[in-house]
Structures are given as C-alpha cells and as structure tokens.
Design a protein around this ligand. Structure first.
Ligand code: AR6
Length: 181
C-alpha cells in the first residue's frame, strides 16, 4: 500500500498521470501559482472548459472544498481536476476539514472517471497561506486512508515545487508509517 504514494519534487504540468489536480479559486478563471502554470501548459481551451461550469453563486463555479473536472488538452495527463483549497484564516474557519475534502473528493472523482493515477500539488500552501507541515499531515493521512480503504488507484503522486514542501511531505509520510507499524 505504501508504495502507491510517491513524493517527488518538480513541475506538475509535466506529470505523466491520468489526472492532475489544480489548486484553483472559486471563480475558476485561472490565476497565479500552479493554476497559472496549468492553464499556460494546457492551452486556451482549458479556460473555455472552465467557463462552461455554471456559477452556483456569484463568481463561484466551484465552492471551497469541492471539485470540477475538465479535459487536460495539451498536457500529458487526460484530465485536470480543479479543486479549491481553503484560505488560511488562523485555523478556526474549518480549514483542516476543507483541505481534507479537496484531497478526498479529487481522488473520488478520479476513480469515478476511470483514472488509475493522480498527481497533486500542495493545495492551499502558496497564495492561500496554509501552513505546510499541517497541510502535509492532512494530505498524507487522507490519501493513505483512501488507499487503505481500497481506492482503486495504482499511483498517487504528491508533487512538491519547493524543497521545503518535499521535506514536509516526506516527514508526514514517515510519521504516518511509524503510526501504523
Ligand atoms: N507544479 C507544482 N506545484 C506548483 C507549481 C507547479 N508548476 N507552481 C506552484 N506550485 P498556489 P493556493 C506550488 O499559490 O495556495 C492561484 O492564483 C506552490 O509552490 O498555486 O491553493 C489560484 O488561482 C505551492 O506549494 O495555490 C488561487 O487564486 C502550491 O503549488 C490561489 O492561487 C500551491 O500554491 C490558490 O492558492
């Protein structure tokens, strides 16, 4: 089970997996960070596909903690799963639960459309300010729980853009492993 979860350092737009996850915003019209990189690499059709989702409230196509899926167009992946992480507000605004929901629903949606592999960035850990070590623990625990419960995925890849993120995920994975042995 442990082998299915990989941690690597790199650029998620280059990932050769069935689905990559985008750390989007609720409006889903692109932005900076990994969102900007994914839109640039996937090409203009990605924005058109995002615009096709109806607004569930003013300027909200995807509520925080939820997911939407589009083709990946010019990327090597087949799909982009767009999720919206919580903005860090000190930890008293349901941020942990919402971040967990992003990872869980992204995996569920990937499985639903037949993906066998998925890659995640560190959702909420850039512009949205979520503390990286806390986010790393939540993401590793959520993914491992789903894999342990039989989610039919061959590979889940956590892609760290920075060294600090890579280290936080490595540490979270070894804590999780130690807790189970
Ligand atoms: N590959 C992998 N990870 C990356 C890449 C990349 N190419 N580029 C950046 N990261 P952020 P958020 C890392 O800010 O905090 C956007 O403007 C980055 O170093 O992209 O969820 C959206 O439109 C960090 O560790 O996402 C929203 O408005 C992580 O990805 C808002 O930012 C997430 O950083 C979302 O903020």
């Amino acid at each position: 089970m442990q082998k299915k979860l990989e941690i690597i350092q790199g650029d998620i737009t280059k990932a050769t997996v069935d689905a990559i996850v985008n750390a989007a915003n609720e409006w889903m019209l692109g932005g900076g960070g990994v969102d900007g990189a994914i839109h640039r690499a996937a090409g203009a059709k990605l924005l058109e596909a995002c615009k096709a989702f109806p607004e569930v409230r003013t300027k909200v196509r995807c509520p925080t903690g939820d997911v939407r899926i589009t083709p990946a167009f010019e990327l090597a992946a087949k799909f982009v799963i767009h999720t919206v992480g919580p903005i860090w507000r000190g930890g008293h605004d349901d941020e942990d639960r919402l971040l967990e929901s992003c990872y869980r629903r992204s995996m569920q949606l990937a499985v639903w459309v037949g993906c066998r592999s998925i890659a995640f960035p560190a959702i909420s850990c850039g512009a949205y300010g979520f503390p990286i070590r806390r986010a790393a623990d939540i993401s590793v625990r959520t993914i491992q729980t789903m894999l342990n419960n039989g989610a039919p995925l061959d590979r889940v890849v956590l892609i760290a853009f920075e060294r600090e993120t890579f280290q936080a995920w490595q540490d979270a994975l070894s804590h999780e492993h130690n807790a189970l042995t």
